[in-house]
Design a protein around this ligand. Structure first.
Ligand SMILES: Cc1cc2nc3c(=O)[nH]c(=O)nc-3n(C[C@H](O)[C@H](O)[C@H](O)COP(=O)(O)OP(=O)(O)OC[C@H]3O[C@@H](n4cnc5c(N)ncnc54)[C@H](O)[C@@H]3O)c2cc1C
Length: 477
């Protein structure tokens, strides 16, 4: 009889792992187990009035690099090409990103000319930050916080305004705690390989061959910076679900895994409340802290490592306004922690993807709330009401964008522990986990946002790599 691989977690990472397993020339039996009633994890798109799309989680995927191309290839394999909504290089949402500092929106400079000009909120042209980077010696530490790295290489203003905001925008996290090696590996590698971040990024470190397809060539020719899908990004997990069912993968929904135990001959028993499954191998695409609670005593050292990979919460407030206009055109703006501890940033959804406005168009924006403010509220045990988040979001769009009217439609969601935090030394945790699994020969492979990247592209790649390591061979195209 063939092997059975059980994939835990039906977010994009678990779906991707199941997809790549199911495409092997001689696929194992694959069972995907999801605890909730729906697949997709944090990827969730809701239709509002007139069919407008409201994204509760990710809203744009980057096409750049090998991983961006890999995801576009997956999109084509799933037959979704005609659903793709690109943000082309000449679009305002591709060119314009803002920082909200000192009570005003500031356009981030782009291109060489932009770097040479004075660019508030920075006191000097960013050219000087570049010059500093070109002249500074290579760092000697095996890891460093994002803040310390940026301060050393690019100066205190870039560290406390730009990188602080970026950490809030991508990780909802604190640049003084997050690891540059794990959160921004391309910056870390650039310094290691070329002594300078700028030289490293210009000369490139990606050596892997890019996948190729008509969609990937189009994305390159039109210089896409992001893309979404006409019906929202949730179309991607939905298409994966249909594909898996067609390939004979057993997809179990509403079945939270409540324990894992090792049987004789190295098999796993996966406990699901009142039933159980046998597995020759497990791919876990669960959050690390969730997996740590399920592992058996034999894996206690691994469980301990995983329990230290924590995650932070984000409150997502989607707002729609009838007849309102933004003061600027762009993808959105980020807010450094020194400016506002509550608001991480605001995305101007209607600018990037007007096709998702629906038949009774209104301006859609999304306010992301989090950071130390939300962390302190959660720790204090205060009741976290939807009214509080809505009020904070409305205050933010009124102050930062001048939208003072009442929204015609709003959605408020608190996503608890939704973004893993790769804090200083995360790489050591990863090495220890890999060493433990190898030394114990545990038939367990880790995938998902907790480990090597939180972006959708990273998660799909983690699922693909997990499938490759289980199959022990390359994958069929
Ligand atoms: C608000 C927000 C905005 C984001 N924006 C972007 C963006 O614009 N672009 C981008 O690239 N990325 C973005 N991301 C990041 C990206 O969406 C996530 O990192 C990614 O979706 C995580 O996928 P995952 O499969 O690893 O984990 P998850 O989505 O967390 O999936 C894990 C799954 O495991 C299930 N599960 C948990 N416990 C159990 C159990 N005991 N038994 C069975 N199942 C269980 C859960 O129900 C869930 O379905 C965003 C994330 C958030 C939260």
């Amino acid at each position: 009889m063939g092997r059975t691989v059980v994939v835990l977690g039906g977010g994009i990472s678990g779906l991707a792992a199941s997809y790549y397993l199911s495409r092997a020339s001689c696929p194992p039996k694959v069972v995907l187990v999801e605890g909730s009633k729906r697949l997709g994890g944090w990827i969730r798109s809701i239709r509002g009035p007139g069919g407008a799309i409201f994204e509760l989680g990710p809203r744009g995927i980057r096409p750049a690099g090998v991983l961006g191309a890999q995801t576009l290839l997956l999109v084509s394999e799933l037959g979704l090409d005609s659903e793709v909504l690109p943000v082309r290089g000449d679009h305002p949402a591709a060119r314009n990103r803002f920082l909200y500092v000192g009570g005003a929106l500031h356009l981030l400079p782009t291109g060489l000319r932009g770097l040479l000009r004075p660019s508030p909120p920075f006191s000097k042209p960013l050219f000087w930050a570049g010059l500093r980077d070109l002249t500074k010696p290579r760092g000697k530490e095996p890891d460093e916080t994002v803040h310390s790295f940026a301060q050393r290489r690019l100066g205190p203003e870039v560290a406390s305004l730009a990188m602080d905001s970026l950490c809030r925008g991508v990780f909802a996290g604190n640049s003084r705690e997050l690891s540059v090696r794990s959160c921004f590996p391309s910056l870390f590698q650039a310094e290691q390989s070329h002594r300078s971040v700028i030289l490293g990024l210009l000369l490139g470190t990606e050596r892997r061959p890019q996948p190729d397809s008509a969609l990937i060539r189009r994305a390159r020719a039109e210089r896409w910076t992001q893309w979404s899908l006409r019906g929202g990004l949730e179309m991607l997990p939905q298409a994966l679900d249909s594909h898996l069912t067609g390939r004979g993968v057993h997809v179990l929904r509403g079945q939270p895994v409540c324990g894992l135990s090792l049987q004789a001959e190295g098999h796993w028993k996966v406990s699901l409340g009142d039933s159980s499954l046998e597995a020759d191998h497990i791919i876990s695409a669960l959050p690390a802290s969730e997996l740590s609670k399920l592992l058996p005593a034999e894996a206690a050292p691994l469980a301990h490592i995983l329990s230290t990979i924590t995650a932070v919460s984000v409150a997502v407030v989607n707002l729609q306004y009838r007849g309102a206009h933004l003061p600027v055109q762009g993808f959105g703006h980020l807010v450094p922690s020194s400016e506002d501890p509550v608001v991480l940033g605001i995305v101007y959804d209607s600018i990037a993807f007007p096709e998702q406005d629906g038949s009774s168009p209104g301006l859609r924006v999304t306010v992301m709330l989090g950071g130390s403010w939300l962390h302190t509220l959660e720790a204090s045990g205060c009741a976290l009401s939807q009214e509080l988040f809505l009020q904070q979001a409305q205050d933010a769009v009124a102050t930062q964008l001048g939208l003072k009217e009442q929204p015609s439609h709003c959605l408020v969601h608190l996503h608890k522990n939704c973004i893993p935090q790769y804090t200083l030394g995360h790489w050591q945790k990863m090495e220890s986990a890999v060493q433990f699994l190898a030394a114990q020969r545990l038939p367990l492979t880790l995938a998902g946002a907790s480990y090597n990247g939180v972006a959708v592209n990273d998660c799909i790649e983690s699922g693909r790599q997990a499938a490759v390591s289980v199959l022990g061979t390359g994958l069929n195209s």
